[in-house]
Design a protein around this ligand. Structure first.
Ligand SMILES: C[S@@+](CC[C@H](N)C(=O)[O-])C[C@H]1O[C@@H](n2cnc3c(N)ncnc32)[C@H](O)[C@@H]1O
Length: 295
């Protein structure tokens, strides 16, 4: 089963204009009975954060357009390492935003992927890519670099070509749906879990400032990980904030020790961790903390 959608989505990004079925399962438009707009579905969150995410194209242009920069190279190398062999595990990509770069390598060996985000416009971007739409964001450089990383790390048999990998990733995505980590049920009734892998990249650390709250949200998300499953986090290092389009957004201030303590408290043993520093053009933080742990 592939992800789903409700008829062709309009080109303009306006949350009130387009609707997803609650769980975005295959759902032909003519059978459309119940759907909810972003505004009627989501739980509480900061108005500031919501306003920014209404413009995912600006976000994509700022962080992911053009050549794959050293920070993104480090991220792709990290995923090529920790997703080297997922042995058919299911994977939940939580708060994936308008991006798919974090699951390029996972497509090789994951059984299937559930992609979710809080924001309708972000889901629209991913949906457009999944449909191979003319206006979809071009991830080919990222896919190409991920393939290089896989080849370097794993030797023979890992690499393929960009189009093949894009096709494989599209086939692996079983569901695209809304989520809200602040809700009692973060998958809003759409869970396919427990999951063999639960991952979040710059999500839980980039929406709040309070460390105790960050720990609580991670506990909730890690609760979706299956027995012996993996919990993967990528967070900003020593952040005071982050900026997009010149606007400041909240971030929790984290050291590598904070993240490692979190994994210990949650009962995961860390299988891989890495800190990336000295990245150019990073405002409000010093780099990335990338960690994978197993239950
Ligand atoms: C900084 S972006 C990161 C997006 C992507 N993972 C990346 O690496 O670029 C943070 C994401 O968290 C999502 N988000 C904001 N509030 C959320 C909430 N309450 N629950 C789940 N996701 C949320 C936003 O919609 C956004 O896509």
């Amino acid at each position: 089963m592939k992800g789903t959608r409700v008829g062709p989505l309009p080109r303009t990004i306006d949350a009130a204009d387009f609707l997803y079925t609650p769980c975005s399962r295959p759902f032909p438009a003519q059978n459309f009975r119940s759907s909810r707009s972003l505004d009627s579905q989501v739980g509480p969150s900061s108005g500031t954060v919501r306003s920014y995410y209404s413009f995912p194209r600006d976000y994509l242009a700022q962080f992911y357009e053009g050549d794959v920069d050293p920070g993104n190279q480090a991220l792709l190398r990290f995923y090529a390492t920790v997703y080297l062999d997922l042995a058919g595990r299911s994977l939940l990509e939580f708060g994936g935003g308008p991006t798919i770069y974090s699951i390029i390598t996972a497509a090789r060996t994951a059984g299937w992927i559930h992609f979710c985000d809080y924001n309708s416009a972000c889901l629209h971007e991913v949906d457009l890519w999944w449909r191979n739409g003319d206006d979809a964001f071009d991830w080919s450089r990222f896919i190409d670099y991920a393939l290089q990383c896989e080849k370097d790390g794993a030797g023979s048999g890992a690499a393929g070509d960009v189009l093949q990998r894009a096709g494989l990733l599209r086939r692996r995505i079983r569901q695209i749906s809304y989520c809200d980590i602040l809700a009692d049920d973060p998958l809003l009734g759409c869970s396919l879990g427990p999951y063999g892998v639960v991952a979040n990249t710059f999500c839980l650390d980039s929406m709040i400032e309070d460390k105790a709250q960050w720990e609580g949200l991670n506990r909730k998300l890690a609760g979706l990980v299956d027995r012996k499953g993996l919990y993967v986090t990528v967070s900003l290092l020593n952040a005071s904030h982050w900026t997009a389009g010149g606007v400041r957004y909240p971030a929790v201030t984290l050291t590598p020790g904070d993240v490692l303590d979190l994994y210990a408290d949650l009962g995961f043993h860390v299988t891989y961790s890495e800190v990336v520093e000295n990245l150019e053009g990073k405002i409000g933080y010093d780099g990335f903390i990338m960690v994978c742990g197993q239950r």
